[in-house]
Design a protein around this ligand. Structure first.
Ligand SMILES: CC(C)(COP(=O)(O)OP(=O)(O)OC[C@H]1O[C@@H](n2cnc3c(N)ncnc32)[C@H](O)[C@@H]1OP(=O)(O)O)[C@@H](O)C(=O)NCCC(=O)NCCS
Length: 217
């Protein structure tokens, strides 16, 4: 899928642009995927992608009807991506990365997640019931991806359980946390456990918040 270009600005004036990744940006993607900094929390080590394989990946995403990859731009530079793909009928897996450490922790990821929820729940042509995400999280080994967990939590993804020793990180097999965010338009709130119910109400607020602020450029 390809997208239009959108801009979202938060109360603090942070402005982030979301758009297709351009073919000529393949070397930037390849450099992130080759670096341990870029792939630090992706759970499989560096992916060692070549520029050619990134060109193929971008083209594949343009053509795909059940997945999407969006570029995250800040101050005129491509700084990250988020992606989503259909895992089971109407349940989409989501993931994001900011390629370099210096752009993390400044609110860009939180804005990207809120935009992503709005985009997937309101802009794609097919109904999406639920978004899923997985975060490296191992309490025994004290490896916890707080940046990802907090940015997802702010977008009202909620913890729905753990898998044991699923991903490889820093030479060890470690546990991960699974999170979900339900589409208020489709979910039967009464059948959700109490701890997930309040998330749905806040997802409505996030969708409204983004709708009021989003600009097509
Ligand atoms: C996950 C990621 C996209 C989040 O984007 P970000 O721009 O860094 O996130 P934000 O700046 O919006 O921060 C969200 C919250 O997490 C906190 N946070 C960010 N990085 C943190 C860290 N390393 N440790 C603890 N808290 C952190 C922020 O302070 C903020 O909390 P607050 O709202 O209470 O102030 C980004 O950090 C990233 O690309 N990380 C590496 C790849 C990755 O982990 N991808 C996700 C795989 S599941």
């Amino acid at each position: 899928m390809q997208t239009k270009t959108y801009q979202l600005t938060n109360e603090a004036g942070l402005e982030v642009t979301f758009r297709d990744i351009r073919i000529e940006e393949a070397p930037i993607l390849a450099s992130w995927m080759r670096s341990t900094e870029g792939t630090q929390f992706l759970g499989q080590g560096a992916f060692c992608q070549s520029q050619e394989s990134e060109v193929e990946w971008i083209q594949k995403k343009y053509k795909s009807t059940d997945s999407i990859m969006i570029g995250v731009e800040s101050e005129g530079n491509l700084v990250g991506t988020w992606g989503a793909h259909e895992e089971h009928y109407a349940r989409w897996g989501t993931g994001s990365m900011l390629g370099n450490k210096e752009v993390r922790g400044k609110g860009i990821g939180s804005l990207a997640h809120m935009f992503r929820t709005w985009y997937l729940f309101t802009q794609v042509p097919m109904p999406i019931f639920c978004l899923e995400s997985t975060v490296l999280w191992d309490n025994n080994l004290k490896i916890q991806n707080w940046g990802s967990y907090k940015a997802l939590y702010k977008s009202r993804y909620r913890n729905v359980g753990y898998s044991q020793q699923k991903y490889h990180f820093d030479g060890k097999w470690i546990d991960c946390m699974h999170l979900e965010c339900h589409n208020p338009k489709f979910v039967d709130v009464n059948r959700l456990p109490e701890e997930l119910k309040e998330g749905v109400e806040i997802t409505i607020q996030i969708l409204n918040w983004v709708s009021e602020r989003i600009e097509r450029v």
